[in-house]
Design a protein around this ligand. Structure first.
Ligand SMILES: Cc1cc2nc3c(=O)[nH]c(=O)nc-3n(C[C@H](O)[C@H](O)[C@H](O)COP(=O)(O)OP(=O)(O)OC[C@H]3O[C@@H](n4cnc5c(N)ncnc54)[C@H](O)[C@@H]3O)c2cc1C
Length: 398
């Protein structure tokens, strides 16, 4: 009898893994807690290190091309004056260099396209995992509705608030990053003063930043981050926002910033959490993937990209052998160093974006404006080929 893989979570990482396993003829089922596969009100930026797989391996260039916007340049600005600090890589240069695009897409569109690429009978909705009983010979998963199922291998792709991780560790290790965020999607007609609407832009300033980029229909997806002075007292990761509270700290920033963050109602405040690195991503018959393994702060825009890289590597390894324990060991070795480097860098980027005026901010701006800025600071992320990577990275004692 063939062995069976169950993926918990039909987010970006879980769907990508399922599609790639099915492409390779491996039996897999996904169990997702939500009743409908959709994430409303938010977009995601994906870079060449992941879009290359969707365009190439998965053959989804046409479907995605209709829904995503290729960003034309990465621009850094002073958030208060609006002055341009640096302008890196046009869309054309980027594609020429990496062979795949840097894009913005609505999450609901991405999920719908990935779903269409999946065998629909393998997706089980309204299945919220509540427990895993790993007997050694099999893992039994129990869901909130009382249903259960058995698997030879469980992949916990259940996101930053992963239950799978908590079951594996025995406790919740989430860390508050000291930042909160507001996000929204704005029609271009509401942004008359926005310069370079086709670019992905960071507006930097003491204690916060605004990031925005276009998605396929021309709307702008924005993400406003504020560095807080107090620990996060609320237990929730997402709490109701008070009317206009996100605008006040940025009210004297440049007009395009104020225009964008005031254009649509913001009803939620997000506390940004991350997870400390684990020495092992697997225990018994359970292995973690994506945010469940290495949730990070979103300041490098790499969380989803890393989930996709994980999925490509894990699918390749699982399909190449019948020894899945060996495949999982290789997976951890190949992914741990890369994801650790990216998650660490994301924390550093947040600090740099939020520097107060002074010599360190001047130095940051000079480094960003240098002609080799992209090569020095970003190429290592975007040029990465998860499928070609030589098994490497320091071996961490288990
Ligand atoms: C505000 C914000 C902006 C971001 N912007 C970017 C960006 O531009 N680019 C980028 O690369 N990354 C970005 N990220 C990070 C990115 O969203 C995540 O890293 C990515 O979604 C992780 O994918 P995943 O598949 O691991 O988890 P998720 O996409 O979170 O998917 C997890 C899935 O598991 C399901 N699930 C959870 N618990 C259970 C359970 N008990 N039983 C069954 N199902 C369950 C969930 O419903 C969900 O569908 C951003 C994050 C935030 C918060």
């Amino acid at each position: 009898m063939s062995k069976r893989i169950v993926i918990v979570g039909a987010g970006i990482g879980g769907l990508t893994l399922a599609i790639d396993l099915q492409r390779r003829g491996i039996d897999v089922d996904i169990y997702e807690q939500t009743s409908v596969l959709r994430e409303v009100g938010a977009a995601v930026a994906l870079s060449a290190n992941s879009t290359r797989f969707y365009e190439g391996h998965f053959g989804l260039a046409e479907q995605l091309g209709e829904k995503w916007a290729e960003v034309d340049g990465l621009i850094f600005r002073d958030g208060r004056t609006g002055k341009e600090v640096a302008r890196l890589s046009s869309a054309q240069e980027y594609r020429r260099r990496y062979g795949a695009p840097y894009i913005g897409i609505h999450r609901a569109d991405l999920q719908a396209i990935l779903f269409d690429a999946l065998d629909p009978s393998s997706l089980h909705l309204s299945k919220r995992l509540t427990a895993i009983d790993d007997t050694g010979s099999a893992a039994r998963l129990t869901f909130e509705d009382g249903d259960d199922t058995e698997a030879d291998l469980v992949i916990g792709a259940d996101g930053a608030r992963s239950l799978t991780r908590r079951l594996l560790l025995g406790y919740d290790d989430a860390r508050y990053s000291g930042c909160t965020a507001a996000r929204g999607i704005v029609a271009p007609a509401l942004l008359p003063s926005l310069p370079d609407p086709a670019a992905i832009q960071f507006w930097m300033g003491p204690g916060g930043h605004l990031l925005h980029y276009p998605i396929g229909n021309g709307d702008q997806n924005f993400f406003l981050v504020k560095r807080e002075s107090m620990p996060w007292a609320d237990k929730g990761w997402v709490v109701p926002a008070q009317d206009g509270q996100h605008i006040t700290p940025f009210a004297d920033w440049a007009p395009p910033v104020v225009e964008m963050i005031s254009a649509v109602p913001v009803v939620e405040q997000w506390a940004l959490f991350y997870r400390p690195p684990l020495t092992r991503w697997s225990a018994g018959r359970v292995t973690l993937l994506g945010d469940a393994a290495h949730a990070t702060v979103p300041h490098h825009g790499q969380g989803a990209n890393q989930s996709i890289e994980d999925a490509i590597v894990l699918a390749d390894l699982l399909s190449g052998t019948t020894d899945w324990d060996c495949a999982r060991t290789q997976y951890e070795r190949r992914r741990r160093f890369r994801t650790r480097k990216v998650t660490d860098a994301a924390i550093t980027v947040g600090e740099l974006l939020h520097l107060p005026d002074g010599p360190r901010a001047d130095e940051r701006n000079a480094r960003l404006a240098a002609p080799d800025a992209f090569d020095r600071h970003l190429d290592w992320i975007h040029s990465f080929r998860a499928d070609e990577q030589i098994p490497a990275g320091p071996v961490v004692a288990s």
